[in-house]
Design a protein around this ligand. Sequence first.
Ligand SMILES: CC(C)(COP(=O)(O)OP(=O)(O)OC[C@H]1O[C@@H](n2cnc3c(N)ncnc32)[C@H](O)[C@@H]1OP(=O)(O)O)[C@@H](O)C(=O)NCCC(=O)NCCS
Length: 330
Amino acid sequence: MVKITWLRLGAVVAFQKKWNTAAFSVPTFTKLGHGPSVREGTRLYAAGKTTSQFPDISCVIIDPKTYGTVNDQVMDVASYRNGRTSPEQMIAAQRAKRDSFDPTASALEGVKIGLGIGAAIGIFTAIGDDADSIQGKIMAGVQNFAVIGGVTAGLLGYNNYSGNRVYVMEMKEAVNRLTVDFVASLKISQDIGFAAYLEPKYALTFKNGRFDGCNGLVATVDCQLRNSKFNVPLENGVMPKEYPEVPSPHVHVKNMDVDETVRRRGIAKKLLNNLEEWARTSTDAKLLTLEVRADNTSALALYEQFGFKKDAETKRKTRAGCLFMVKEIN
Ligand SMILES: CC(C)(COP(=O)(O)OP(=O)(O)OC[C@H]1O[C@@H](n2cnc3c(N)ncnc32)[C@H](O)[C@@H]1OP(=O)(O)O)[C@@H](O)C(=O)NCCC(=O)NCCS
């Protein structure tokens, strides 16, 4: 006998629903942990003044009041780290992909998949059916194929025809995704960032618009104030960023990156200068610290030229293959 249960139909509907949304849950940040500099109203981001080595780089101060909005510099950093692609560009790419499908051909593909699923279920039904005769088993299989295959083919065909086959994000989701993937530590770990921008007039033309998506941002570095009396409890009352291995207050430098097309023009040095000036004037840090891969010769050369020394004394734990480096300030 035919055994079309509500359970089976439910599975088909659930499959269709999943196919349609084809997404994932995106966490949102409702409570942000701000670092002391943000709390005190000083800059969140800063970058170098015009440099004679690369006159196209301009000074930018990113105002924390714009923190978390679509077109602010935090989003520029996320876009830079996302291959220089902005949320708008991500959505446009998804739309273009969706619109590139021919609806009829796409619907036919959906129908084929649906019939395939129906055929597979029909065969399993026939094999497992408890009818006495072969004909009875075949009938059960054919009927399940017709109903489940028909429903699934219809749903998938319609789904593909109507363009739901390619998921297109809303702006809020694109922004959240970039935030979570690329600047979460700035938001939740009280990190401070520094960014270097091209002059706007160059941003749209330089390297054929390579930097359009991040509004001309070409380099970033983050840092974290540790062991500082400026540190304030997080909302759950936990004191963050205590690192007993380095007893004094210090600023730990991380995520230094200069776009490969503009290296050896003094941009990293400029960012480090700005970072050090901020650490000297806005924090109680006595040291700058960082971790660098021992085989990263260009970064080692940069840090050594900037006055960092390999820290041989503390035998501090680092990730495998890395060196800990320290520079005294103040
Ligand atoms: C390392 C890096 C940040 C340097 O950025 P940059 O803007 O090219 O560096 P600068 O132009 O400011 O260089 C300053 C000094 O660093 C040293 N330096 C930088 N790159 C160097 C290289 N490839 N070879 C040798 N020395 C180098 C030089 O002493 C240079 O001074 P000089 O040009 O007057 O000789 C960049 O190469 C980069 O982003 N690399 C990939 C990411 C990375 O490794 N980050 C570091 C993680 S710890």
